[in-house]
Write a protein that binds this ligand. Structure first.
Ligand code: BGC
Length: 445
């Protein structure tokens, strides 16, 4: 009976092929012309090449786009080694869902504090990783198309996010920063690994949200208005999280997906992201377990508090529950929340096995959907034989089986592929510094 309920999360090989085909259609449409109808926007990043090793110097980097906000000072040395200092700040709900002034004032305060703490006197070039859908007009400007991942600060959509940051710096009388590059986290991730990995054509984030970017030939981008003879390549920020908004995933979505969507702040948006990323997987497991309990298939029909309330079951629990081969149920039973309260103490062995199966079904579907996306991208650029994918994000890093399941799914689709997934540790910070370095050099020339 439980297995019957979990069947709705199965995605077959044919299913993955179909998803890859539809996604490719969206990639092509998104590149076609300025005003297109694709759910996948394919934004031009104005980053034209991977780092070549000449990027040295001291930079500041900001990383805004997940549950934490970070300020970094990054020193890239002649020998390619990197030294960095980081300040990390948890972003509370009131900061991310109030107004843009509240959010950016907080950002500016953190930067001011960081500069004071590290005694930074000179004006440092700043790389700004802003990980939301931004339609870039240049390397230093871009309009926010929408918020994602639970952010909802009023007054930002439709505005230039670099200007919003600069305005906040002005309000806080912060003079010694020079924003030289606006970067998406996918691009940062690709750039951070790109040094020394010339086959790194793709950047991928599997964290709170999901997205990918890749190096495209400008001759394949009809909407590219720059000088194609000068710039043969440019990184495209796909913003693939929005895939599915035009119904492209309707036959793959189930009742749980619909239920989850209804409860989100961004109803009907980011459908692919909602099926894959860390912001949503915990809630998806909760919804399935809630349903199983009401059908008396789990916990003898007794509702546990962790399944009762929206977003109470965290995505991090999936990583903990799925650890090991499933034979040791004591780890599941002793799972505690942030307040050290045991959340599954009332579940018996069978219940624990079922909860683990639910987690597996939900995270396996996510991995297979992400795999279909990567295969679609790599096929598009004809690099199935050899391609390094730079990856970062909590889901990828912390989930015990996500990577292996993705690799297995890509092998089903392309048995002889040469796709290598490599962790690009802290791409958002280091990558932003890399792009800032290139931009700063160009500015001086
Ligand atoms: C955003 C992307 C970002 C991704 C991963 C998505 O919600 O739209 O810009 O790259 O999350 O952080």
């Amino acid at each position: 009976m439980v297995e019957e309920a979990l069947k709705q999360f199965n995605v077959t090989k044919d299913g993955m092929e179909e998803i890859a085909k539809r996604l490719t259609g969206c990639f092509v449409e998104g590149l076609s012309k300025e005003k297109h109808n694709s759910s996948v926007k394919m934004f031009i990043t104005y980053v034209h090449s991977l780092p070549d090793g000449s990027e040295v110097g001291e930079y500041l980097a900001l990383d805004l786009g997940g549950s934490n906000f970070r300020v970094l000072k990054i020193i890239i040395k002649d020998d390619g080694t990197i030294e960095q200092k980081v300040a990390k700040e948890k972003l509370t709900k009131d900061k991310i869902t109030s107004t843009q002034e509240v959010l950016f004032d907080h950002v500016a305060d953190c930067v001011a504090e960081f500069i004071a703490e590290h005694g930074i006197k000179e004006t440092l070039p700043l790389g700004y990783t802003f990980s939301f859908p931004v339609d870039q007009q240049s390397l230093t400007s871009g309009v926010l198309v929408r918020w994602t991942k639970g952010f909802d600060a009023d007054g930002a959509v439709g505005k230039d996010v670099v200007q919003l940051l600069i305005d906040a710096f002005k309000r806080k009388k912060l003079a010694n920063v020079d924003v030289v590059a606006l970067v998406n986290d996918t691009t940062g991730t690709q750039m951070a690994l790109g040094l020394g990995n010339p086959d790194c054509y793709v950047g991928l984030i599997l964290g709170t949200g999901t997205n990918a970017c890749y190096m495209e030939e400008t001759s394949n981008i009809p909407k590219y208005t720059g000088d194609k003879s000068k710039n043969s390549h440019v990184i495209i920020n796909c913003e693939w999280g929005a895939f599915g908004e035009k119904g492209e995933l309707d036959d793959f979505r189930n009742k749980v997906d619909e239920e989850l969507d209804k409860g989100a702040v961004n109803v009907k948006e980011q459908q692919y992201e909602k099926m894959i990323s860390g912001k949503y997987l915990g809630e998806m497991v909760r919804l399935v377990c809630y349903d199983l309990i009401t059908k008396k298939l789990l916990c003898g029909g007794k509702m546990l508090p962790v399944f009762e309330e929206r977003e109470k079951f965290e995505s991090a629990y999936l990583s903990m529950i799925e650890q090991g081969d499933g034979s040791d149920l004591s780890k599941i039973k002793s799972l505690k929340d942030n307040n050290e309260v045991s959340i599954l103490a009332d579940a018996n062995d069978d219940d624990c096995r079922i909860i683990r199966r639910v987690c597996e079904a939900v995270s396996t579907r996510a991995a297979r959907l992400a795999a279909a996306g990567i295969v679609a991208l790599v096929r598009k650029i004809k690099k199935v034989d050899k391609c390094t994918v730079a990856v970062d994000g909590s889901l990828y890093k912390l989930h015990p089986h996500f990577k292996d399941r993705m690799i297995a799914a890509m092998k089903e689709m392309e048995p002889n592929n040469g796709i290598v997934m490599k962790l690009s540790e802290d791409g958002s910070g280091r990558g932003a510094a890399m792009v800032a370095a290139v931009a700063h050099r160009m500015k001086k020339q």
